[in-house]
Ligand binder design. Structure first.
Ligand SMILES: Cc1ncc(COP(=O)(O)O)c(C=O)c1O
Length: 437
């Protein structure tokens, strides 16, 4: 399926904003624009509800679990998808009621499940037979807390995306396969145990610029729901087709619009349910497509170095004050980004440079970036589309402090929503046993 060309809707900082933010909070710095984020959710909802009036969006908090952002997502009508006790605790801190959260995980710990159920989580997505038996043992508490269960299915589709973010194929650790009969066995077991199962879920992959696999995933789980009604009289009232829609990291990435995608997926699901009498609530749980384009990372240039390089003659490294520990995606997935100089250019010529970080790795953070040839120490650069899977995937590698996150408020003012790590925090977990010689 080919996507219609989209405009560049990515948030970017003006030079003045970049300077003020760098001065106020230092660099590297994640920046998220509140108005942009709210608008993305509203646009997604508009497209979804036009196709499916009961449609529900759940914000996949793994994309960015900064508490203030979870609060915004909830205010805009999203429920919150959490993949761990930590993400659930962040949602609770944001003031999201547990009943508006749902918990995922292919190997949830019993303690995580216990915590989630005790909090009264709205929904838990079942991923394996061990969990089903555990819920059988916890049935009284699950019923008392009103927790609903959903079965995650692996529909057996191969999306066009990076292998590490592809999850819907048959050979996956996530969920129950439809093709080998595990999905049906799982449903039968939850029915035998009398568990409060309401429907099915799938998520086929992430950064999907061609959403064909997502659409077939949705269609396959809807057909499965139809079969389960025919075979077992099971009434599906909830179907979640996951997240996955891609975003514009560079101008080569042209995602389908939310509205077009929602129309296509709702049409496929509706057709698969025709004549069954089933009319489930449809849900989606996007992360990246709601928050990625609302965020940028601001870095300051330090060293600029030109070295001999095989095949290309020379390579110029423009080293910034962050890198692998605040954005592991280039190293993990070979991800490409759009990198822009925010300081005014003193030169009209641009040449390709490698923007590199400061970690002890031979990583090429952003390769073949066109920057003015006189880029120099002290310049500020912004990397677009870093609102998703950057702050949430940040580490302390090399004992660097994870960056702060600033929010640009709707009135243009700035608020810090997550501060930089402190040195005290960085060393707080250390224990040197007495008598260590
Ligand atoms: C189960 C599940 N739901 C939702 C998402 C969010 O996907 P995306 O950020 O691509 O929309 C993911 C991402 O990995 C996921 O695994």
């Amino acid at each position: 399926m080919t996507a219609a060309p989209l405009q560049d809707t990515r948030f970017r900082l003006s030079e003045e904003q970049a300077r003020e933010l760098a001065q106020a909070y230092g660099t590297p710095l994640y920046v998220v624009d509140e108005g942009h984020f709210r608008q993305r959710i509203q646009q997604y909802y508009e497209g979804f509800r036009a196709a499916s009036p009961k449609g529900e969006l759940s914000f996949a908090s793994k994309a960015n679990s900064t508490v203030a952002l979870l609060k915004i997502a909830y205010q805009e009508g999203c429920s919150i998808d959490v993949a761990s006790e930590g993400e659930l605790r962040a949602a609770l801190m944001a003031g999201v009621p547990a009943s508006a959260c749902h918990l995922h995980g292919n190997n949830k710990q019993e303690s995580e499940i216990q915590f989630a159920v005790e909090q009264g989580i709205g929904m838990i997505v079942l991923d394996n037979f061990e969990e089903i038996e555990l819920f059988g043992r916890m049935k009284a508490l699950v019923e008392e807390k009103g927790v609903k269960l959903v079965i995650r299915l692996a529909p057996g589709v191969d999306p066009v995306t990076h292998a590490k973010i592809s999850t819907g194929q048959a050979d996956t650790k996530f969920g129950f396969n439809i093709v080998d009969g595990s999905g049906e066995k799982a449903l039968k077991r939850t029915m035998e145990l009398g568990l409060p199962t309401i429907g099915f879920h799938c998520h086929v992959g992430s950064q999907l610029l061609d959403p064909e696999a997502q659409i077939s995933g949705g269609e396959l789980i809807a057909k499965f729901a139809a079969d389960m009604k025919a075979n077992h009289g099971f009434e599906t009232t909830y179907l979640n087709v996951g997240g996955g829609l891609g975003v514009m990291y560079t101008e080569k990435d042209v995602p389908m619009s939310h509205a077009e995608y929602c129309k296509a997926i709702v049409a496929a699901v509706t057709k698969a349910l025709e004549g069954t009498g089933l009319d489930p609530k449809l849900a989606q749980e996007p992360g990246r497509s709601l928050i990625a384009e609302s965020g940028v990372t601001l870095y300051r240039v330090g060293v600029v170095k030109t070295v001999p390089a095989k095949e290309r003659g020379t390579r110029t490294y423009v080293c910034v004050d962050g890198g692998l520990s605040d954005n592991p995606r280039p190293a993990l997935y070979g991800s490409k980004y759009t990198v822009e100089l925010v300081s005014p250019s003193r030169s009209a010529d641009a040449s390709p440079v490698t923007v590199s970080g400061k970690h002890c790795e031979t990583d090429k953070l952003f390769e073949d970036i066109q920057l003015p040839s006189d880029v120099q120490a002290g310049d500020l650069i912004q990397v677009l589309c870093t609102g998703a899977y950057n702050s949430s995937m940040a580490s302390n590698y090399n004992r660097y402090q994870r960056p702060a996150t600033a929010l640009i408020r709707k009135d243009g003012s700035f608020s810090l929503v997550q501060r930089r790590d402190t040195w005290e925090e960085m060393l707080a977990r250390e224990i040197v046993p007495e008598g260590l010689v």
